[in-house]
Design a protein. Sequence first.
Lengths: 515, 546
Amino acid sequence: MKIRTVLIAFVLTAMLIACGRPTVPDSYQTESRPPKLMPDYTDVTVPANICPLNFRVYEVGKQVAVRISVGDLQYTYGDGMKVLIDEAEWNTLLERAKGGSMKVEVFVDEGNQWKAYQPFCINVAKDDIDPYISYRLIQPSYVAYNALTIAQRNLTNYDETDIYSNTLVTTPEVGQCINCHSYQNYRTDHMMFHMREGFPGTMIVEGNQLKKVDLKTPEIISSGVYPAWHPTQNLIAFSTNLIGQSFHTKSVAKVEVQDKESDLILYDVAKDEVFTISNDSNELETFPTWSADGNTLYYCSAHFEYENSLPPTTSSEEGIIDEGKDGEIIQRYQKLHYNIYARDFNQQTHTFGEPRIIFDAAAENKSATLPRVSPDGKYMVFSLGNFGCFHVWHAEADIWLLNLETLEAQNLEALNSDRSDSYPSFSSNGRWVMTASRRDDNNYTRPYIAYFDAQGMCHKAFELPQRDPEFYTLFLRSYNRPEFMKEPVGITPEQFAAEAKKDARKVKYVTAPHD
Amino acid sequence: MKKAIYTLLFPLAAYLILLLHADYLHAVAEGDMFISGQAFFENTLRTQGGLWTWIGCYLTQFFTYPWLGAIIITAIWTATYFLLIDAFRLKGWQCLIAWIPVFALLVSVIDIGYWMYYIKMPGYWFSQSVSFFAAVLTTWVIVRLIRLVWNKDIAWIVFIIAYFAMMQQFPVFHHRHYENHLLQVPFVVAPISVVLLSLVRLVKWEPRTKWATEIVTFVALIVFAATAYLLSFRNYNFHAEIRMQTAVEACEWDKVLKEASAAKNPTSLMVVFKNIALLHTDRLTEMFKTNNCSSLPDTGDSLTVRIAQIAGPLIYYYFAQINYAYRWAMENNVQYRLQARNLKTMARCAIMNHELDVAAKYMTVLSKSTFNKSWVREYEPMLHNAKNLRESKEYLCIAPLLNEDVNALDIDNSLPVQWIISHYADLINTKNRKQDNMALCASLWLKDEYAFCIHFYNYSKNYPSEPVPELYQQAAILLGTSEQSPINLDNFPFDQLITTRFENFNSDYASMSNMGINHKEIGTRMRDVYGDTYWWYYYFGDFKAY
């Protein structure tokens, strides 16, 4: 990977040297609007440790000349219609602009004349961002999957490396699905992800130790699904879900992913024990997440009573459920409205208080999913759609902010788009919010990051920069579950693969403790 | 001169054999994908043998023009042959042995048949030959260098090292719970035969005359070529399906119907293609007049073939189920390998769904391959101007079926044809004649008496002054006059000829049955006279959904 990166950098540098810098024209026509860019970096706010924001100008023309300046410091770029910024120069610009902004002027050679577009700014925040993010790279398919990668990306440059790839263990006979990578407090020495089908189990990292566990016991409906590491203790809250998919004949949403049953469990990593937190048969509990201090467990739940089919029963075999329920939940898919609840958690006794609703989405005929709490404990972000729990396919889904002191919610408009925005998360300093957004084309999910200032204001989001501005157009995978990390993962993909091939150790089911 | 002729004999034969499979090779190019640029290159390199895969994908594009792709791959094989001769210092009849790996590689390209839809190795058709050539080339270079200082025959050792160092992923023909190991034989034969070349040199036998050498060479090459041809997958229906699929994609309905009429025992996929052609030429009522019975595809082994994976996207598309077409194109791209054909379907679906951004994305991706630019140029105007879309021939075909206004949430259980038939048989509130015909014919295809009666009642109301097509009269006299029928056809003016023929059908059946002839045999005997009627299809016809 590094050799390839060096090679690409070398080629790009050589091209830059070969082409030379474009000259800003002396005379030009002016255009009273900013240029169309891909990605759209006009007036975004970026951290001072981000890699260059290369972009392509989508205007009619054959050559672009772009001048980026901070005070008297200025550089010009242009390679055809692409703008490929030198990393060292970019870092100098960032350093100068920190807490302020850089000015970007775009000139396009239309053949017989140059056109100057309205200049725009790139604002540079004083707050840095975590140096890494991780995500699963997956084609936005429905049932099928093949090569899947959980990858980590250095935000200060363009380096991307695999954390784990299922191609290390899969064969044509046995595939492997990997999902739900999760970290304790943004650190990678306590992390996990699931493996399904081939070599199934949940991979747990504790320091430099690896173990693979099987979280399914007869007492629970499935093995662990959506995870949440406790911020200080060696505990992970999971939802357990029986999931089904069905397909729209007309709607561009195309697919509904639904929980037919779901509950919550708590896994004690040190003891390899699980117990049920919540398994109300008329509630679909899911998406657990902890408060920053670890004293509260938040989660989503939809009240759903089966009317026409058999009453819910705990299935002993994962995925087996009576067809009547399948049909009913498909028929009533628009009736599934998830609210956000909180339960106090006693860190000494591991007991939970009674559920209390903190955001009643159902009352608004909406559905709230994927809550995450800011590190200072003041805010929660979540995805709000019209119904259901899988908002990545819901164009109307937006990221909302809930003030946990006042319980007032507001749409984070600067972060959102008119297409699906879901899976929000805060950076470790709470100053950046990331979302998995389908705003580019309504089908492929891309990470967008927005500055979230000390006053709780969100600024215009920017798309994760790539070395080649055309990268996202040609890349046919989605960025799934983008997560901030303070450091790269220390375990190699091969180490994960070796552990994956071992048998998973069974966890023990215990009864929930009582006060 | 003679030597040159003999040398070129096998490549020439290989080239001609490839051209005999031109339809298949063109489908291979459509079933693979190359994207120029960093993302595709890096992504491909992530897999074992990624470089060969990348080159394989690049070269497989050239099968878009089968004659051109065949020239390239034959040239690679010929170069492999010459490098082997020189690296192993072969002379006379010994050179024949160097054709064995080439023979194996040729067979590996043309013997896989239906596996072409399921193999998970992008660029398979070239990557194996390219990686093998690279190993041989490396051997040749190293052996040549070694010979400058050390006159030893160690080509086989160098080859083994080079082969394993550069080896492409070993192809696996696995689908569901079945794996075909026979198809792997060429990939074992090719390297072993190269190693054997070292032993060949130790054989001191030589034909007594030069003339005898030429005879041996000639006969051996003919045997190679004939064997390669015999090992190729030549199933008629397999090739007919490919030709029909190409014709359907281009809305060339006459070609589709011509292929259908030539087939003696068509597969279900061929029957569906035929019905799509009838649907879009407003002749759907002929679906039982033309053969609507089908057989399972003969895959040559135990491979279980599913229509969803072979042509699901295309079938859904031409039955105007755009979301489901998109879904199966995506699923097949993910499950097996990225295919230009599927990307095109996804782009077309996105245009039909007015998802113009993602349509533009797929167009950009397709334009980064070598031979899909003209396709992009044809479809791109539809992105920018809805008029271009509305005037396109496929839109004109599909549009009348598009305006169902109800969105449903459903599951097709990986059986597209079954789902489509059931969907249209259940369609209520039809909006035009095409939908009426589709609903009626789907219920007949499904042999759903109740659905037919309801649709027939509506049809009679919608078109009271028009003559009722022969098919609907045949079906109505059979299904609408029974006691269970929800409609009353006592006063329906059936055509006298149809009434008489139906009576004859019943009496012929009854007399054969009284003679103790079994039901299946009766069907066979009555087919010549009544095979064009719905009654025959209803009682004896079998459409196999898979």
